[in-house]
Design a protein around this ligand. Sequence first.
Ligand SMILES: [Zn+2]
Ligand SMILES: [Zn+2]
Length: 294
Amino acid sequence: MNQAFAGTEILSRTGTETVTRPIDYIAIALFSMIVLVALIGVPVFGFTYGYTGFDWILFGILYVVTGLGITVGYHRMISHRSFTCPDAVKVALLIAGGWAFQNSALKWSADHVRHHAKVDQEEDPYNAKKGFWYSHCGWLLLKDPYADDKYTAQFKKDTLVVWQEKYYAPILISGFALPFLAGLFHGGWMSGLGCFLLAGVGRAFLVLNSTFCINSICHMWGDQPNGTDNSSRDSWWISLITFGEGYHNYHHAYPKDYRNGPKWYNFDPSKWLIFGLRTVGLAGNLYRVCPKTK
Ligand SMILES: [Zn+2]
Ligand SMILES: [Zn+2]
């Protein structure tokens, strides 16, 4: 069989063992679909029929809600347990993260803690040493031989994470159905299609890429004020589109800190939301490395 179709062969970090990463055709099909619709369908509809203010408002709301679902929910709440919150808030964040089309919290968090544990090594799921496109999105298209239950075990103890895993498919579908239905009731079928394209697929594509930028750009370009023992970088400008996750060098140094941008002036809306939730009694046990850095 042609090597390209048999999978990508790479040498392990020790150089003594060959590890095969077969191509994941389902992932390629899903990823191609969202890329094609986002890059062709969304602009063609825009030039042909145009998007309304309603479409753009829904796009903005869902970009913020699903983006924070990933950064505050999947990342800081589940993966790093940077704070605690009541079940209702946790469910809301798990649903918002599920709408982002980035897999279940269980899978996402297991990959993410492995990234921290094995950063820049062969077992790192989005190893930046393999180049920009691999760490940005190429890793998604190959099966991962290092997925190990030891990384999922801690999350399987969380009943709400297990609940979200069980109902991930309907949660994910509802993230695309809701903008369609909102548009449908607001202005009919074409409005439903416009909302689905812009606030559903276009929004999911942009949130996906904002997350991808952390794994690619924030491991290649930027400052390293908190250590050079791994490739993580602080990129303040990436924080502008990722709700504060651009301070990635600080985050690798202090992963459990509920802040990624520790200084008060760092643009980190995720820490502001967590702090705001605590202010109104909806979050607690905010973990901070050093109180003086706030
Ligand atoms: Zn990283
Ligand atoms: Zn992290």
